[in-house]
Structures are given as C-alpha cells and as structure tokens.
Design a protein around this ligand. Sequence first.
Ligand code: KG4
Ligand code: ZN
Length: 341
Amino acid sequence: MRILAIETSCDDTSSSVVENGNKVLSNIISSQISVHAKYNGVVPELASREHIKNVNIVVEQALKQANISFENFDKEIDYITCTYGPGLAGSLLVGVMTAKTLSCIYKKPLIPINHIEGHIFSAAIENKELKPPFLAVVISGGHTELVIIKDYGKYKFLGGTRDDACGEAFDKAAKILGLPYPGGPIIDKLAEQGNNDAVHFTRPMMKGTWDFSFSGIKTAVLNYSKKVDIKKQNVINDICASFRQAVAETVVTKSVEAAKKYGLKSIALGGGVSCNSLIRNMFKKECKKNKINIFLPSPVFCTDNAAMIAHVAYHKALKKKYVYPNKQVVSIKPSLELENW
Ligand code: KG4
Ligand code: ZN
C-alpha cells in the first residue's frame, strides 16, 4: 500500500510517499526558517503564503523521488493523506486543499491525520519493534504532552503544558539571549561549550500532576540575563547549558516516572525538541537504569515531516478510516485535540 502525504501545519511544507507504513520512498521538507527568522517566530500569514508557493513543488519532488509520475499516479498511489489539525489555519488550508484536489482528480480515498499522532508514532517509522502499549512524549514548538498509547487510535492523555510548550520555551529563551530563531538548535549547540551547573534554574516538577510549566524557567532566564553581561560568549554558553539541563531533567524525570507508574516498558519521543542532544542522552541513560526501552526518531522524523503523517495514515487505512472526497467533506481543525478512533 502506497500513501502520498502532505504536511503543512506550521512552517514546513512537506510531502512524502511511504509504502506499507515504514518504507519511506521520499520525504521532502521545504523549511521556511529564513522567512520567519527576522521576526523571531512564525508569522502565520507569511507561512500560508510560503506553503502556497511551495506545496506543488514539494509534492512533485516527493513523487519524482519515489519514481512516480502523474501519468502512473493512479496505479502507484493508493491513498492520499494530509494533516488537518492542530496548527495554523491558513497553513493547514493549503495542505488540506491540495490533498483534496489530488484525491478528487485521481479518485483516491483521503485520510485526514492529527499532527500530534504523527509525532507520537514518528519513532515507529524506523523501529518496527515499537508497538503499543508505550508512553509517548511529544515535545515540540507547539506541544508538550505525555500520552499512554494503548494502540493506534486508542490514547489516554496524561498531561500537557500549562503555559509555554517545551520548544517554545527554547525559542523564547533564545530570543531573550539575542540568539536567532529557532532557539532550540542554537541553545543545544552553545550549551555544549557551557557549564550545566553555572546557574541554578528551578526544575518545575508540578508534583501531583503530569502537567508541565516552562514559563517560570523562561522568566528566570530573563531575570538572570539582566544581571550579567550577555555579550560575553562564556556567559551565554553557561546560561544555555543550565537552561537546557533544567528543561531536560524536568522532561526526562516526569516521563520516566509516568512510564513506571503506569507499568509501561517503552517510551517513544517525538517533536522537534526530541532532536536535543542532552534530552536524547538523558532518556537513554535513565531508561536503561529503569529497564525501559527508549525509541528516538532520527532528527529528520523529529521535526515536522510528511512521512510521520503517512505512517499513521497507513494504520488508519488498515482500519478503513478514510473518506471519499465526494462523499464527505474534510475540513481543517486548527484546535484539534488528540481523539480516539
Ligand atoms: O516539531 P516541530 O518541528 O514543530 C512543531 O510542531 O512545533 O518543532 C519545532 C521546535 C522549535 O521550537 C525548535 O526550537 C525545537 O523544536 N527544536 C529543538 C531542537 N531542534 C529543534 N529544541 C531543543 N533542542 C534542539 N536540538
Ligand atoms: Zn510538529
């Protein structure tokens, strides 16, 4: 079964062809970072305009790399899938409309996918051993979620962020320090030269809940940065290292605690922040200590990509959860929550 996927929920335009859920024939990602960097964050209107410019090119490239042309599309592609939420309304619209158009022209069933489910299962693309039940830790620019995965489509939400998402905290801390957007990768890099214990930022453990709160650490970075000379590289490096350490300890400790409490033997990471080198290493170490299997996606599957959407769509197709565009209308859901199916 071959699926053509389109993902445009935020600022990456991506298209992918995946065979039987795991064989990635192509995964093209066109990043808009250079467009948004000067604004220190994603500008929704600019994002949707960029998607309009890029989406056809990206789909064509994904098909080409998979050795599929529009002439043999009908024979080679079985389903079309797209992200329909959560995300930026204008961005989602571009992907959904493109997918619906292709679905109408080629009369292929359309599978609408929740972006969060893509991140939840992104580690399963390369690891066939990752099977439910497991604990999903989604840490991205828009989400910080702990979810028990009982099966594809069967979820129990444990906790999420009460304020800033994990990646958002990295991006905002970087902005305070005068570092470019997106902040996560640059903080991760500079932290390697700094001292993790130079500044003590409180670990917001939110005892008694599985929720997270990162705005306090971000404010602590702001207050601390006013007292020191952030023009000095070693000062910046130390703040980055101490900030990364505080966030990593919080995420890893809570996730491992949740897996133990619910008797889950595996944890899977997803979302852009799961590229973070300290978070990856800390998870490996703590999981080993606690005899928990840890599944980390390759960086290309951590950040937004269409292959993860195709992977979930494959499992939805197996359960016959798809729609024919002429029978039922698929529309965007910018505030979509994780739903069972
Ligand atoms: O999953 P993603 O591509 O988009 C959303 O769905 O939000 O995640 C983007 C986020 C950004 O906040 C970015 O700063 C963060 O992932 N990120 C990182 C790293 N690489 C990307 N955060 C920490 N360390 C990294 N190495
Ligand atoms: Zn994402």
